[in-house]
Each structure stands twice: as C-alpha cells, then as structure tokens.
Design a protein around this ligand. Structure first.
Ligand code: SAM
Ligand code: SF4
Length: 334
C-alpha cells in the first residue's frame, strides 16, 4: 500500500535529503578534521541501491529530493544517479531534485545537472576573501568555486548561497556577501554553526555567531520583512526592503522549527535519521540488501517514520554545548 508517510506528530514526510558520499575535496574546519577517516567504500550504498531507496521514498510520497554529502559531485558516476532520478521528475512523481555542493566541481557538471532536471542548487561559501577561503576550507580554492558559480548561473540553475556564520571570521563580510549575492541575483542563507562530530581542536563556542545578532545588523541598514514559511524546514526568510533580496536564517540552536518538520535524512550507508539533532536512527541498507523486492524496505521506512522524534535538543545556553551529536555533518548530509 502506498499510504503517505505520516509521523506520530501528524507531520507528512515529503522531503528527503540523501548523502551520497562521506568524502569531500575540502576539509572545512567546522565540518571535518584535516585527517578525517572515511568509510570503507563497500559500506556505501551503490548508485543502484541509492536509486532503489530514493525511488521507494518517491513512491511513498516524497516530493522533494536534495542530494548532499560529503561533496556529492566527487562521487564517481554521480551523474548516472541524477539522470536516473530525472525520470521521477518527468513522470511528475517528484517535484524537485536539488543539490547542496561546495561548488568545486560545478564548472564540470552544471550543464549536466540542468539536463538531468535540476533547477536550483545550494552552494556553500563562507567568505569572498581568497586567503580566508583557504583557511576555512583548508583544501578549497576560491577561484575554482567562483568559476563553478558562474557555470551554474550560465547553465540556467538558480543559485542560493549558504554561509555559515562564524564569529571573528566572516562578521566583517556580512554586507560584502549579501551585496555580492544581490548583484548576481542570488539568495543567501546564513547558518548557525551546529555541534556535529569531532572536528579536532576547533572551539565551537568561539565559532558561534548568533543569527539574531546578524539579523539585527542587517536591519540597521535596511528594513527587513518576514516572509511566510513554506519550506517546512529550519530556514526562515526575510525580504530586504532596499534591494528586494531574500535572505534566509537557519537557526537550529536558538529557535525551534521542529513542529513543521517535513523531512528525513539518509546517510551514505543507508541509515535513516528522522531528526538532524538526535542520535536515533535505523538501518535501511539491511532490508535493501536482503531482498530485491522492496516490501521489507518500505516496512523499514514506515517503522522509522513511526519513531520520528518530536524535536531536537541542541542548546548553547550557559556556554555549554548540550544536545551535541557525535556524527559528522558530512555523514548525515547538511
Ligand atoms: N559539501 C557540500 C557543501 O559544503 O555544501 C554538501 C555537504 S555540507 C555538510 C552541507 C552544509 O552543511 C554546508 O553548507 C556546510 O557549510 C554546512 N555545515 C557543515 N558543518 C556544519 C556545522 N557544524 N554547522 C553548521 N553547518 C555546517
Ligand atoms: Fe566538505 Fe561540505 Fe563539509 Fe566543507 S562543509 S568539508 S565542503 S562536506
């Protein structure tokens, strides 16, 4: 029975984020340690398994699919997977296929992504300063990413920039970044840094820059109008009166967005996490590999959704990080 996926709190699950690899060509300081250990390749779902899994979710009512990682575009033959997912768009079963990427491979793949049916991409960029970019991503190079952004826009992809707000790092670039995006007709979303995974010696509390403060600084320059939420996700949006630009804020630590959460996440090893901020997860790779028919898989998906928690427990109050989860963002996908 293809009954839609509804969790115990009456939230319909219509949005799936899938991490297709834990590997990455960057080593962003808030995401990974420099000597990050990656999973053995045999642990990863094959592209065929990813197809079966995502297709099962589409059958069960998922309308929006976001591909993430690690860096999704470093996975070998990943375009085969995007092209395969395009069939669900063609049939109208899937409304949107999107990707979150660091942009390093977009010069190569932007046109192929468009051909596969992708229309919007999120590109992560924390600074427009070449030296700071190399510092924060460790292995990334800004000109390559800027060429990727050019290629994405030239291919017809709508670009949204994702920027992690980092105290003492990009506070001074707030207007440089927002103006640069406005000039290029790109939206921008700021993300509060989240306590995910062991990332070496970085001090997370030192990195945390409250988006309440960031928003107040934006508001000093131009009036901001709150936009109604329609994504079911953690982002809240405002319109800048002076330019018409849309600016988003993802504030899992200082606001609670859980009541409207419509999403679940799959790791590159086929674990389903029904809440980004909780450890609870279940395995879908076992049922996927146990049988070529999808019955067991669909049962396992339904059982996982039936255990989706009400909300997360992140808390940065009193200078102590509570509710910290041990897995890396690159494992679950951001
Ligand atoms: N590699 C791709 C990228 O960077 O866009 C996709 C995966 S990355 C894990 C997805 C998003 O998570 C990026 O925008 C990144 O900045 C963000 N991110 C990673 N670690 C984070 C953390 N600890 N707190 C908040 N955002 C984080
Ligand atoms: Fe790679 Fe994205 Fe993590 Fe940076 S944030 S290390 S680009 S997965």
């Amino acid at each position: 029975m293809n009954m839609p996926l509804i969790d115990p709190f009456a939230r319909a699950i219509s949005y799936l984020r899938v991490s297709v690899t834990d590997r990455c060509d960057f080593r962003c300081v808030y995401c990974m340690s420099e000597n990050m250990t990656f999973l053995p390749k045999k642990e990863l779902l094959t592209l065929e398994e990813l197809d079966r899994l995502c297709s099962a979710f589409v059958r069960l009512g998922v309308k929006k699919l976001r591909i993430t990682g690690g860096e999704p575009l470093v996975r070998r033959d990943i375009m085969t997977f995007f092209n395969a997912m395009g069939r669900h768009l063609d049939k109208g079963d899937l409304q949107e296929l999107t990707i979150t990427t660091n942009g390093s491979q977009l010069e190569k793949y932007a046109a192929d992504l468009y051909a596969a049916g992708v229309r919007r991409v999120n590109i992560s960029l924390d600074t427009l300063d070449e030296a700071k970019f190399a510092q924060i991503t460790r292995w990334g190079r800004l000109p390559q990413v800027l060429r990727g952004i050019d290629a994405a826009q030239a291919a017809g992809l709508r670009v949204k920039i994702n920027t992690v707000a980092l105290q003492g790092f990009n506070e001074d670039e707030l207007f440089t970044l927002t103006d640069w995006c406005a000039d290029r007709d790109m939206d921008i979303t700021f993300i509060e840094v989240m306590p995910m995974g062991d990332i070496g010696n970085e001090d997370r509390i030192g990195q945390f820059w409250s988006l309440r403060d960031l928003r107040a600084r934006l508001a000093e320059r131009s009036a901001l109008t709150d936009l109604p939420d329609n994504s079911g996700g953690p982002a809240r949006y405002v319109r800048v009166a002076a330019t018409g630009q849309k600016i988003g804020f993802i504030t899992p630590l200082s606001h609670n967005f859980c009541e409207s959460c419509n999403r679940v996440r799959i790791t590159c090893t086929g674990e389903i996490y029904t809440c980004l901020g909780q450890e609870g997860h279940s395995d879908l790779r076992g049922p996927l590999r146990a049988s070529e028919a999808d019955h067991d898989l669909e049962q396992a998906i339904r059982a996982a959704i039936a255990r989706k928690p009400k909300g997360h427990d992140f808390d940065y109050s009193r200078q102590k990080v509570d509710g910290q989860v041990s897995r890396h963002m690159s494992h679950t996908g951001g």
